[in-house]
Design a protein. Structure first.
Length: 429
């Protein structure tokens, strides 16, 4: 190699190194999560109530409206309120789980002047029910066909995140994915308890990757805060929440086996962040369950324990609106925090759940949000969370404001669901 060429190669290599060290990918690698309670920054939470204001049902309404606006503008982005057409078609029904469950599949078709979009909704209800049943509604990570070993369930044709375990090839779901998430969806246990469970694939609503808020249902509303000049454009979590409301439209208007006044929205992890925001936005939901929802869900952002605002905005730039990035490494400037999000659900029953080894999601931060939200429940005439501090693992406190800490990893399993069924009982009564 000539010395000139060598110098040029060296220069180019160094250039790449310097550019690389500034790239988001490498910046991300350098992130070290804090798991040390003594290193949690000292913080002051924004008040749930108006400063020095009265804590009454009357004073809560204007304060709630103010908080909704802040969460919409600063964090999740506000969905459009413009018109759309919606149609429901039952595409299949039959018996499942040895005849214990009635399985129904619906196609929810949405249309605006900009185009059309459809989402498949799968519903299981007990065959022996004598009246419409209270029902859980939640999104799945990989499609309806992953929730049960049932050959009749439609395999999604929407884009899927790569996963060999879930039978995804080239970002497309395949037959191999059937039943691969069944441990997260104990359908038989739910119908045995007398409840229904309905689900659709989050990617049917909005694919989980960053495309500048243009794909999925975003594409139906191109005029709604369409460009980078609108930092409060609705992110993917808001799109999923909007989609869940359309699933509720279908359950309420089309599915006779379901008691549409008693639908509880449930979600795990990113979908647990979604369940809280969904119920905040749509008062028709009878309650909400957030399982291991962490940063951007139930966990207090200001604790910066485990995942932080900067980290989530870097790894998942499409989940929240552009303005949320202003709070990267700057949580104390947030005009809101997640205890207020939980409070927005009052007086409806809410369940926040954590797992002991899920430090990334900050179980203590999740617990504190549930605890602190209790002030609104109490002002509205209901009991708040009865626990005073983070309980030992495998303790569940079920009430209007519920909390549990399951032993183990980031997941949703039969133990979690057994408690969600107990929680659902108060909605059924
Ligand atoms: C990542 C992300 C979390 C999220 C989780 C999930 O770990 O950092 O915020 O909750 O994925 O959705 O599985």
């Amino acid at each position: 190699m000539s010395s000139q060429l060598f110098r040029a190669t060296l220069f180019f290599g160094l250039g790449l190194f310097v550019a690389g060290s500034c790239s988001p990918l490498l910046a991300q690698k350098k992130f070290v999560a804090n798991y040390d309670e003594s290193k949690v920054p000292s913080y002051q939470l924004p008040p749930i109530w108006q400063d020095d204001g009265e804590k009454t049902a009357e004073s809560w309404q204007p304060r709630r409206a103010e908080l909704m606006q802040l969460f919409g503008n600063q964090m999740y982005g506000t969905p459009p309120e413009s018109e759309f057409k919606i149609r429901f078609e039952e595409i299949e029904s039959g018996k499942s789980f040895d005849g214990k469950a009635l399985r129904q599949q619906f196609r929810v078709e949405l249309a605006t002047e900009a185009g059309e979009h459809s989402i498949d909704l799968l519903v299981f209800t007990p065959t022996n029910a004598t009246k419409p049943v209270p029902t859980f509604l939640g999104l799945s990570f990989f499609g309806n066909h992953t929730v049960a070993d049932d050959k009749v369930i439609t395999v999604t044709s929407s884009w899927c995140r790569s996963s060999k375990d879930k039978g995804v090839e080239d970002n497309r779901a395949t037959e191999a994915g059937r039943g691969t998430s069944k441990s997260r969806w104990p359908v038989e246990m739910i119908v045995d308890a007398g409840f229904g469970v309905a689900t659709c694939y989050c990617g049917d609503i909005d694919p989980d990757f960053d495309d500048g808020f243009n794909n999925g249902v975003h594409a139906l509303f191109p005029g709604h805060r369409p460009d980078a000049e609108h930092p409060d454009r609705w992110g993917t979590i808001s799109a999923w929440a909007w989609g869940l409301s359309r699933m509720l439209d279908c359950l309420q208007q089309e599915v006779k086996a379901v008691d549409g006044e008693r639908v509880v929205v449930i979600g795990h992890s990113r979908l647990g962040k979604t369940s809280l925001w969904t119920a905040a936005m749509d008062a028709r939901f009878a309650g909400a369950i957030s399982n291991d929802s962490g940063c951007g869900g139930a966990a207090l952002s200001r604790r910066a324990f485990g995942e932080t605002v900067e980290r989530i905005n870097t790894s998942f730039p499409h989940w929240f609106c552009g303005d949320f990035k202003r709070y990267n490494k700057n949580e104390s400037a947030l005009p809101i925090d997640q205890h207020q999000l939980v409070a927005l659900l009052a007086p409806r029953p809410v369940y926040v759940a954590s797992a002991s080894e899920d430090r990334w999601a900050d179980p203590k931060g999740e617990f504190l949000s549930a605890k602190l939200s209790s002030t609104v429940y109490e002002a509205l005439g209901h009991a708040g969370l009865k626990l005073e501090e983070l309980p030992p693992a495998n303790t569940a406190e079920i009430g209007r404001v519920s909390y549990h800490l399951r032993e183990g990893k980031h997941d949703i399993n039969a133990w979690d669901w057994a408690n969600y069924i107990r929680f659902m009982q108060q909605i059924a009564d």
